[in-house]
Ligand binder design. Structure first.
Ligand SMILES: Cc1ncc(COP(=O)(O)O)c(C=O)c1O
Length: 274
């Protein structure tokens, strides 16, 4: 990838904030995963965007087209692989259809690929950026989930014209992402240690996920909860049976030393078709 298509960041969250500052004017519509990553909701919200949720659990392409026609959004934000918070991965067919729609309506897509490398066994479908023939995708990734969140190291890859504009805004706030961390990461990658580390990480996450699912099956009465089976990433998305309040359950769980995030948090401030 040519250097002029890449901007090194202090983490993916900085990228979201910069994209929002660069591309969003108050009142602009942004289509975003629903439920969606809280940090993205907050960044676009802070830029004054009107947030329109696209249901990621159905990822219905007709619904998306309807939203594009109705709201004429400035951009689409999605976290298509092992999504935060649902753990779902967008199928290849939907990826292709999404790109076709983005091209037809000339809407850029922000692809947040933070969990892409954390597959358990099978490699996920190609990224939107890889499938994109029109330079419509602004690709965002980070070493936070695959190395250490405290490194504060991530990157954006996009058309050079977009990278140039975002780099100007970045210079105002953060003239240079730390060299030392970049050198250390570059060395880990070039000497092969990073790939070896990723392999270990994938196996360990797969093991922990299987343990968690087995424990849930053992301890939770049948029918009380439905849980998705992710193929990678860090998240388990659960649905409670009717009549059980996630807020009430959270209070009980916390007093037993178990934490989870109740789902309504990931839908706050999002409008949708419903
Ligand atoms: C989907 C998603 N994007 C971005 C981030 C932020 O990552 P970073 O630590 O690189 O700023 C997170 C962190 O939880 C995330 O889940």
């Amino acid at each position: 990838m040519p250097a002029e298509s890449v901007l090194v960041l202090a983490g993916a969250q900085q990228g979201l904030d910069l994209i929002a500052r660069c591309l969003i004017d108050p009142g602009d519509a942004v289509i975003i995963d629903r439920p969606g990553y809280l940090g993205a909701i907050q960044s676009f919200h802070a830029a004054g965007a009107k947030l329109i949720g696209w249901d990621v659990l159905n990822s219905d392409i007709d619904e998306l087209e309807d939203l594009l026609v109705r709201y004429r959004p400035k951009l689409i934000y999605t976290n298509p692989t092992f999504q935060n918070p649902t753990g779902v991965t967008m199928p290849i067919r939907t990826r292709r259809e999404l790109l076709k729609l983005a091209e037809r309506y000339r809407v850029p897509i922000v692809e947040d690929a933070t969990y892409r490398e954390l597959y358990f066994t099978d490699v996920p479908p190609p990224s939107l950026r890889e499938l994109d023939g029109q330079n419509l995708v602004i690709y965002l990734n980070s070493f936070s989930k695959v190395m250490a969140p405290g490194l504060r190291l991530g990157w954006l890859s996009a058309a050079p014209s977009i990278i140039d504009q975002i780099a100007i805004i970045k210079q105002r706030l953060d003239p240079h992402t730390q060299n030392l961390v970049q050198f250390a990461m570059a060395r880990l990658i070039s000497e092969g240690d990073f790939d070896a580390h990723l392999k270990t990480l994938r196996g360990e996450h797969a093991r922990r996920c299987a343990l968690m699912l087995a424990a849930m099956q053992r301890h939770i009465p049948p029918g009380a909860l439905r849980v998705g089976r992710p193929h990678g990433g860090l998240y388990l998305w659960c649905r409670l049976s009717a009549g059980v309040s996630s807020r009430a359950l959270l209070d009980r769980a916390l007093s037993a030393g178990i934490a989870f995030v109740a789902g309504h948090a990931f839908r706050q401030s999002l409008d949708s078709k419903e």
